[in-house]
Design a binder for this molecule. Structure first.
Ligand code: AMP
Length: 285
């Protein structure tokens, strides 16, 4: 496994691989790797000749009052996990090289970033699409793998790739969960044991939505209200949003259609957690 911290070196290595006819799978991460990240890597490993990951805590996707400074980091642990799943290249660029003085170009996906997390985290998705575009230009992957845990992010990246004619196949991987259902997240590390119990309210409310839908309930407002009630029955919880929307346009829906995304963001103490589930058939491309 080769660790690369310079953009020029990473570009050189990717160009060499492409010249030799190798296919490249890429998994961007912010590090503090858990089994959700590793699952993305295992899939990348199988689907291409070479697996590149990046570890970069991207400041432009954090708001001024958010946790950029405290975001958990464990480079040594991350490198040994990456090595174990067979990563070929770990790209760890510096902040200074990614955002040098004078940096002023951004990539923005317009409509679908206005909903859900886009409301409570203004500028977040522009930070994501800008950094992912930069990483795509540097690494030039054939395949990029993202988690459905961040469903809106996955949809935004797919839209960007399509709109900007990038020759990259974007693959979404189902959310990897702890044995009790909590979606794995680097931010789970912030939770106290009591908060960790309350964090289960997210998955429980999604299960309830699924159950209500399977019992024939079609009224999105009724389902959302029941979810909110369940979440707020747990201590430390504060709802950012509970939404039922179209999984492509992210627009709210009133009556449950075949494919609907149930998505939520909940603060448990100071920690903001997100989760989602699709109700109905599989994801459309
Ligand atoms: P992050 O390090 O949080 O930026 O996440 C890097 C990638 O891992 C993103 O594509 C996430 O959607 C994905 N990811 C994070 N948590 C999970 C999870 N529990 N299951 C599947 N993918 C995940």
């Amino acid at each position: 496994m080769e660790i690369i911290d310079s953009i020029a070196r990473m570009k050189e290595r990717s160009d060499e691989l492409i010249r030799c006819g190798k296919s490249i799978a890429f998994v961007p991460t912010m590090g503090f790797l858990h089994d959700g990240h590793l699952e993305l890597m295992r899939i990348g490993r199988k689907q291409a000749n070479v697996l590149v990951i990046s570890i970069f805590v991207n400041p432009t996707q954090f708001g001024p009052a958010e946790d950029f400074g405290e975001y958990p980091r464990d480079m040594e642990g991350d490198l040994s996990k990456a090595k174990r799943v067979g990563v070929d290249f770990v790209f760890i660029p510096s902040l200074e090289e990614m955002y040098p003085d004078g940096f002023q170009t951004h990539v923005a996906v317009e409509k679908i970033t206005k909903y859900l997390c886009g409301i409570s985290r203004p500028g977040h998705f522009q930070g994501v699409t800008t950094v992912v575009s930069k990483l795509f230009h540097i690494i030039k992957p054939h395949l990029a793998i993202f988690g459905q845990k961040d469903f809106q992010q996955l949809t935004v990246i797919k839209r960007m790739v399509k709109d900007l004619n990038m020759d990259i196949e974007v693959i979404g991987i189902p959310t990897v969960r702890e044995s009790d259902g909590l979606a794995m997240s680097s931010r789970n590390h912030y939770l106290s044991p009591e908060q960790r119990r309350s964090a289960l309210s997210l998955k429980k409310s999604l299960d309830m939505a699924h159950h209500m839908c399977s019992q024939g309930e079609k009224d999105a407002t009724k389902i959302k209200k029941a979810m909110e009630k369940l979440i707020l029955s747990f201590p430390f919880t504060e709802i950012d949003y509970v939404a039922i929307c179209d999984p492509i346009t992210m627009e709210d829906i009133d009556t449950l259609e075949e494919q609907s995304l149930v998505a939520l963001a909940v603060r448990v103490g100071k920690t903001r957690l997100i989760d989602n589930a699709l109700i109905g058939a599989s994801i459309r491309n």
